[in-house]
Design a protein around this ligand. Sequence first.
Ligand SMILES: Cc1cc2nc3c(=O)[nH]c(=O)nc-3n(C[C@H](O)[C@H](O)[C@H](O)COP(=O)(O)OP(=O)(O)OC[C@H]3O[C@@H](n4cnc5c(N)ncnc54)[C@H](O)[C@@H]3O)c2cc1C
Length: 379
Amino acid sequence: MFSLKEQIEIKNNVIQFTEKLLIENLAELDQQEKFNLEGWQKCGEWGIMGLPIPQEYGGRELDPLTTIYALEGLGYGCKDNGLLFSIAAHTWACEIPLLTFGTLEQKFKYLPKLVKGELIGAHAVTESEAGSDVYSLQTTAQKKGDKYILNGSKMFVTNGAIANLILVFANIQPERGKRGITCFLVEKDFPGFLVRKKMSKMGLRTAQMAEIVLENCEVPAANLLGKEGAGMAVFSHSMEWERGFILASAIGSMERLLEQCVQYTKKRKQFQQPIGKFQLISSKLVDMKMRLETARSLLHKFGWLKQQEKSAFMEAAMAKLYISESWVQSCLDAIQIHGGYGYLTELGLERELRDALGSRLYSGTSEIQYQIIAQFMGL
Ligand SMILES: Cc1cc2nc3c(=O)[nH]c(=O)nc-3n(C[C@H](O)[C@H](O)[C@H](O)COP(=O)(O)OP(=O)(O)OC[C@H]3O[C@@H](n4cnc5c(N)ncnc54)[C@H](O)[C@@H]3O)c2cc1C
């Protein structure tokens, strides 16, 4: 485990690393919905995709809390939230379930390449009629000899258009309902795997989202992840980790936004005084600060619990809900504080807001996080 001093050092090292990403043409990448492959590769070389992964698979083997510090640094230094979202989906929804439920053979086959960024991972569970009610999914899997044959389609798959390895959830025994759900490691070159269409979206536009189709898709039996019927366990474990960690970089982004706003309000004068002297403006900055610190505390509590190898399902939902809502509100405040300039594309604040809005939807909507927290409260 790392000391607080070392954790802050790691965060600063990541901030320094992000300077090498040199994302000067972000507005263009965003407009054209282009994936930043060069940035992805640099992150792979540095070890960003292997932060929590054991060294035997090429990872940096950071503990959960230290991983959070590193991700905060990543969000602080890198404004390409789409790239960071691609990395998060790859890490939390593909690498972590593989690490937890994979056989040694599966782990040694895929993890070292995923960690280096040579393979891109994705997670495909959502369907057109199975969103929040995810266990009502209709994709089926049938065992035939030493293969499973998958049929169905998946929506909103982050990295779907560019992924080499996709975790696909399908039902092997629909008559058993959700107990038939099973997870498979599907390679993009398996016969019957198709990317139907790239999905264009409001924010996180540099992350590549797609609808995928499985048409008699042949998956070798060796690519079953976990046991037959264990899909719910794989999914819920992966959601706990994903919800907890996916917005760690948003804390860094909120920290950067706040610093930018404080500087601006000290410099920008109206009515012969800095606008930060107006209480209606300074109170927005205080709200941004309060949100940042509260969001960070919730996230660090989650990280601390995972450090103790404790279950933190409710804490993950609380962190996800609070950080996503705070990120959106702080983006709105940042735009308001910058006045008309905040509304211009040039400043990048409108892009940050568009990116932040997605966080209320993925990994379970805010409403679903409320529902999870209420259930843990016995309601
Ligand atoms: C940017 C982004 C990335 C994504 N990445 C992936 C991915 O990589 N892989 C993947 O499989 N999926 C992914 N998704 C899909 C995401 O998980 C779903 O969009 C989400 O779970 C909601 O499902 P839905 O869109 O079908 O909305 P619906 O479930 O139809 O919900 C519509 C509205 O009803 C509300 N609602 C639904 N049920 C309840 C309830 N019980 N109580 C209260 N309100 C309720 C919702 O909160 C929402 O406001 C992604 C989505 C986005 C936006």
